[in-house]
Write a protein that binds this ligand. Structure first.
Ligand code: PRT
Ligand code: ZN
Length: 299
């Protein structure tokens, strides 16, 4: 009997349950829940407490502060987690990063007062730097051979230079707006981050199948991102020209139309170049062009 058999989805009696830790509130909460929803996993978020069970999948959610997620996955209290890569880098948690998720993008950067004439990393020699990410910063400074004092503070890092707490900061930057409004400028980008899906290293055998199912669904969602499905009617003689306009096309579908000399051509096209592609297709005689959203792509 496979674990899938033991997992009686219809009856909501799950002997094997995958426990996934996500942020309880904050920047990654909404996107994490949306990802699970897109993957067809229904969690009643309105009654959110510490733990929430999916109604149609053998999975339960642990709602935690992001700082706690790497640790609970590393020690096996949760099987998987969704957290910013910056937290993994800082904690050095012994987990597997199984997927990059494409949201919560940011970077950990060094920033200094905007009036400083910055000539390079040597500026930091002997300076003090305020941060909530001392381990990542220490690693970077050691690698570059810079000796600076690291002042760990837990919040409002960006006010440290103006408050006389430190000469510089090392903090998360996204748009850069917070730095500007605090009279700072970003001078070194040290670590690129985005939300990642992590798993414990010793995931029990009976939960592997459930994790594979989650990964399969997430891959289908990610594969479809930035893609459109295009259908058109085109003179059969123009098919080679149409193919040349669709370099990203995989396994094009070509079907003859009832009207002699015409074909129907279907393809998946990158969203970024959709208008350019469609204009080109129109110029070579394509008609009745339909552009559709792609929900999931299963390779
Ligand atoms: O309560 P809990 O501990 O769970 O949450 P938190 O307050 O520690 O974290 P939260 O919700 O602020 O961020 C969660 C994760 O989102 C981070 O660990 C990053 O992986 C990611 N992320 C993406 C960001 C940002 N963008 C971001 N801009 N985290 C924080 N910021 C902050 C940053 O600290 C700075 O104060 O936003 C400010 C800078 O933003 P810009 O756009 O002005 O540059
Ligand atoms: Zn936090």
């Amino acid at each position: 009997m496979t674990s899938a058999c033991r997992t009686r989805q219809a009856g909501f009696l799950f002997m094997n349950m995958l426990r996934v830790a996500i942020q309880s509130k904050g920047r990654l909460n909404e996107e994490s829940l949306k990802l699970l929803k897109d993957a067809g996993i229904e969690v009643d978020d309105t009654k959110r407490k510490f733990i929430g069970k999916a109604s149609n999948f053998p999975l339960e959610l642990l709602y935690l502060r992001d700082d706690d997620i790497p640790g609970v996955v590393a020690d096996g209290s949760a099987d998987m987690g969704i957290v910013g890569y910056n937290e993994i880098a800082e904690t050095g948690a012994d987990v597997n990063v199984v997927r990059k998720l494409g949201f919560g993008r940011c970077r950990l950067s060094l920033a200094i007062p905007k009036t400083v004439d910055y000539q390079g990393l040597q500026w930091f020699e002997g300076k003090s730097i305020a941060t909530s990410y001392p381990n990542v910063l220490r690693g970077f400074l050691n690698e570059k051979g810079i000796s600076a004092e690291i002042r760990q503070i837990m919040g409002s890092v960006e006010i440290a230079p103006a408050a006389g707490i430190a000469d510089a900061i090392f903090d998360i930057v996204s748009s850069g707006g917070t730095l500007v409004s605090n009279g700072l400028k970003e001078v070194e980008s040290v670590l690129e981050s985005e939300a990642v899906l992590i798993s414990r290293k010793d995931l029990p055998e009976d939960r592997l199948e459930i994790m594979d199912s989650v990964l399969f669904r997430i891959d289908a969602i990610q594969e479809s991102r930035g893609k459109k499905y295009v259908l058109m009617n085109i003179p059969t003689a123009k098919l080679p020209d149409a193919m040349a306009l669709l370099p990203s096309m995989r396994s094009p579908t070509v079907m003859p139309l009832a009207l002699e000399g015409w074909s129907s051509l279907h393809s998946v096209v990158d969203d970024a170049s959709i208008w350019q592609t469609v204009e080109g297709l129109k110029r070579i005689g394509a008609e009745g062009i339909l552009i559709l959203n792609v929900d999931k792509i299963i390779d």
